[in-house]
Design a protein. Structure first.
Length: 176
């Protein structure tokens, strides 16, 4: 949905794999993550990438900096009370008509669960129904274009075995 050379922000980029893919496909991409360790790994694995430690709730970019926002399994770590304001922040950095991809955990509720990669730690996870996510998106100035669901039964210890994907377009800007 974006032309070659478009600017994409990977929100919650982890070790940088998606930024690497976007760069290889001819896009200008950069990634942010709250984890210093993930950013270190991303910089090592993708030396041509631009990576920053940043909180998705307060993006350090000027308005309308990006053509696309890619947020795969990062919004799941935001409590329900902060989802709309976080999505409005994504809206703020997207250009008019910009496109956003979200991948989230499908379901209901939120709370702390055991970290799949380190069971001695807990992580916060929020699940979304399609109806709930649709409402959040509209409140934040997005128009959903496509929803898709997927269930991965074989994987164990995965935070997101029931997945919900959405592509949405920025339709309204917010000045707050």
């Amino acid at each position: 949905m974006l032309p070659k050379g478009a600017k994409i922000l990977d929100v919650g980029c982890g070790p940088g794999g998606d930024v690497k893919f976007f760069l290889e496909m001819g896009y200008f991409a950069q990634g942010i993550d709250m984890s210093k360790e993930m950013i270190k790994i991303a910089k090592r694995k993708v030396p041509d990438g631009i990576f920053s430690i940043m909180d998705m709730r307060r993006l350090g970019y000027i308005d309308e900096s990006f053509d696309g926002v890619f947020a795969a399994y990062s919004l799941i770590h935001i409590p329900a009370r902060e989802v709309v304001s976080t999505l409005k922040e994504f809206n703020r950095v997207l250009k008019k008509g910009g496109v956003m991809f979200l991948a989230v955990r499908e379901g209901r509720g939120e709370g702390f669960i055991k970290e799949p990669l380190d069971e001695t730690k807990k992580i916060f996870v929020k699940s979304f129904t399609q109806e709930e996510l649709d409402w959040y998106l509209k409140q934040a100035g997005f128009s959903p274009i496509k929803f898709e669901k997927k269930v991965e039964k074989e994987r164990t210890g995965d935070v997101c075995t029931k997945k919900l994907f959405v592509i949405a377009k920025k339709v309204n800007a917010f000045l707050d």
